[in-house]
Design a protein around this ligand. Sequence first.
Ligand SMILES: O=P(O)(O)OC[C@H]1O[C@H](O[C@H]2O[C@H](CO)[C@@H](O)[C@H](O)[C@H]2O)[C@H](O)[C@@H](O)[C@@H]1O
Length: 267
Amino acid sequence: MAAPDTARSRAAILQLTAERAGHCAFFFDFDGTLAPIQEDPDTVHPADGIVEVLAEVNRRLGKVVIVSARPADFLRQRFAALPDVAVFGLYGLEVQRPGGLVETDPSAAPFVQVMSDLADRARAELPAGTRVEYKRLSVAVHFRNAPHLGPEVEQWGKERAGELGLRLQAGRMVVELKPPGQRDKGSVLREETEGHSCAWYFGDDVADLRAFAALTAREEADPDFVGVRVAVANAESGHALIEAADIHVDAPEAVPTLLRALLDQAP
Ligand SMILES: O=P(O)(O)OC[C@H]1O[C@H](O[C@H]2O[C@H](CO)[C@@H](O)[C@H](O)[C@H]2O)[C@H](O)[C@@H](O)[C@@H]1O
């Protein structure tokens, strides 16, 4: 794994990518990466300039793809101005490709009722101050507004995961329960980088490490492939993401500046 901005200089990465314009793919996590973190998940929107720069990257450098734990419908609504961009929701359990309907991974479909029941149970069993976000195929329990409840929420999540055979995903002031199976941001990257000689992934959280690892594995298998891992730094996700990144930026608001620098080098 490369240390940020060192193993290959940022200038060299931009040049290598610009040389592959048209053969690259650009993958973006949503919360904390393209959109600043807020207390209320419902009020979150992409940072200023994000939609415009993604449109230009998609047109001039290579396909843009959103890969998030949010539902695909939510992502499509936030990126309604980018109809040519595929959105992968719920860690890849959902996809909505340009012009298509939302497709659900067949492995997850049997869990709709399980998740609905689990959301009801979370609301009944967890203390005031937590926020339950029901997403049809997963349930996120937030404790951003009551950080002292984190250990209790984590313990509750571990117990429900064991009892119901679900996967537990930790995140920024959140614990999420999702169906078992191998679908995650890494598997999306493995599939969606096929046919490309270069791919970037932008992320801010531990779940994004699987996407970083998929790029690394692809580079190891194909020495001509250029994989670029961009960490959007924050104090909540620990050091692992920064240590695994080739480039880091300080906030979602800094993402357009990096992409503009890349576009400036493109033919
Ligand atoms: O894969 P992502 O797009 O990064 O989604 C991860 C989670 O993002 C959201 O929660 C986070 O952002 C909220 C809004 O800023 C914030 O209040 C919360 O503390 C963060 O964990 C989203 O609500 C979750 O469903 C996603 O799992």
